[in-house]
Design a protein around this ligand. Structure first.
Ligand code: GLU
Length: 506
């Protein structure tokens, strides 16, 4: 019988979650949902030296912003808990000892200084020191000193570690769901530490024990874990457990296309690499986040999902439900995916256009408040509908709509030079008189009347409209001019024409 589908996302709280981590979480989520399975969030915090305050909360908050729901987690609970490894501490010692008893692992007493010396010596001879089948018999461990002596050392409270006894010259075969068959010879691998005398397991042991106890069926994770997988496969074998199926995701590459996208690249290259803003608790330094930069979570996850996974058609816009329905590991690439910060903006622009004017107006209100503008939501809705085509983010609205809320503070010099002639004030004055006589100030009505007047007076459409726009907007851009005056109304329009006549100087 097939195992029920159960997946986990297992971050270590050593800092903020990088977009590569978000992608791993998303693919786990899509796969679990797509296969009617469950997804759990496990916090892998056994390495106390790398613990960073606030990182766990950051991860939980960022994943929730992305819309990734977990069936089991430190928050939601679940019957396989606890879901924080530091709270499962007591479980691992027993499993580590089991391996020693079955001759799959051994106690090692070498001090950090002794190992450092060996490393330095090897380096002098242009070699690398490895703790493995070849060197272990000459080192300070239970295999060499025997059980009795080793027990004495343990009883006397000497610091120790438990190392995996990596077999010599055996072939390990991994059937990766993305990469296919991967074969590794164990002679190339070292005797990894599984457990330390501080009572904590290392990542390898805790990860395998928990994946087994939590009945994980599929492990989807980053390519950087592929080199650890032979050890993991052997650990399953050592315990006599069935291993989950593995899928290793391709790397995310820098925008230039070469090299892994690192946590530091974002602030260096000017785009966020974190889902939400991160504040380093030690230095207070802030790193940009997609949320704070104004991205919609839907745009963000759509963009991330296509980094390494390609759908069957060339469609690019996917809702979360569509991603769940269409995702499959067969369509994940083996080679790295180049990250393109410009494409991220393209996605946001798309989602912005798709968002209702009502919602956009609500999102724009806090920005208006900051500018001291107290506007009616219905009017803001109308304004948003006129400028949204030009914006990538809600925060861009102000720049594209400032003239709806206040008269021009200055007039663009280049345009003045080009469009404001000696006879222009008179022409604008006539236009003002014309507008004063119009009661219905709707865009279509004013447009019809003004254009007819231009025609009948044998004026140049360009000349009138450019000067008119200069008075209303102060610059040569903006939405359809009659739409603008329709929103600001008759009084304000007249006032701006008067201001223009009085203040625009050639
Ligand atoms: N704790 C590991 C990490 O931080 C998990 C790796 C895995 O998924 O096995 O990425």
């Amino acid at each position: 019988m097939n195992k029920p589908v159960r997946l986990r996302f297992a971050p270590s709280p050593t800092g903020p979650l990088h977009i590569g981590g978000v992608r791993t979480a998303l693919y786990n989520y899509f796969f679990a949902k797509n296969n009617g399975g469950k997804l759990l969030l496990r916090i892998e915090d056994t390495d106390q030296t790398r613990y960073v305050e606030g990182a766990e909360n950051y991860i939980i908050d960022a994943l929730s912003w992305c819309g990734i729901e977990f069936d089991e987690s430190v928050i939601a609970g679940g019957k396989y808990g606890p879901y924080r490894q530091s709270e499962r501490k007591d479980i691992y010692a027993e499993y580590a000892q089991k391996l020693v008893l079955n001759d799959w692992a051994y106690y090692a007493f070498d001090t950090a200084d002794e190992l450092e010396e060996l490393r330095a010596k090897a380096e002098e001879n242009k070699m690398a020191f490895t703790y493995n089948y070849d060197t272990r018999n000459g080192l300070k461990n239970s295999l060499r000193i025997g059980d009795e002596k080793s027990k004495e050392m343990l009883d006397s409270g000497l610091p120790y570690v438990i190392r995996f006894k990596m077999p010599e010259n055996k072939e390990v075969i991994i059937n990766d769901l993305i990469r296919g068959e991967v074969r590794v010879n164990t002679s190339a691998l070292d005797d990894k530490i599984l457990f330390k005398s501080d009572g904590m397991p290392t990542y390898h042991l805790a990860n395998i024990v928990d994946d087994h106890l939590m009945e994980i069926s599929h492990v989807i994770r980053g390519e950087e874990w592929l080199p650890s997988t032979p050890l993991h496969v052997l650990l399953y074998k050592a315990y006599g457990w069935e291993a989950p199926q593995f899928a290793h995701l391709p790397l995310l590459l820098k925008p230039q296309g070469s090299g892994k996208l690192s946590k530091r690249d974002g602030d260096k290259l000017g785009f966020p690499v974190f889902p939400t803003e991160w504040r380093n608790p030690e230095t207070g330094e802030k790193s940009m986040g997609y949320r704070e930069e104004g991205y919609f979570p839907e745009a963000f996850i759509n963009m991330i999902s296509l980094l390494g996974w390609h759908p069957s058609s060339d469609k690019e816009i996917f809702s979360k439900d569509e991603l769940i329905a269409e995702f499959s590991l067969e369509k994940v690439n083996k080679s790295g995916a180049r990250f393109d910060p410009e494409k991220a903006k393209w996605f946001n622009q798309h989602y912005l256009k798709e968002t209702t004017d009502k919602k956009l107006a609500e999102l724009f209100l806090p920005f208006l408040k900051e500018k001291g503008v107290n506007a009616d939501i219905k009017i803001v809705e109308k304004i948003v509908s006129l400028v949204k085509e030009r914006a990538t983010f809600v925060k861009d609205f102000w720049e594209h709509s400032v003239f709806f809320f206040q008269p021009p503070q200055e007039y663009d010099t280049k345009t003045v030079k080009k469009r404001w002639k000696e006879e222009t004030p008179n022409m604008i004055s006539d236009l003002k008189e014309l507008l004063l006589g119009i009661d219905n100030f709707s865009s279509t009505n004013t447009e019809e009347i003004v254009k007819l007047w231009i025609e009948n007076s044998h004026l140049s459409m360009g000349e009138v409209m450019n000067a008119f726009r200069l008075c209303i907007v102060g610059a040569p851009q903006g939405p359809h001019l009659f739409d603008i005056i329709g929103v600001i109304g008759k009084n304000e329009t007249i006032k701006r024409l008067e201001n223009g006549i009085a203040n625009i100087k050639i």
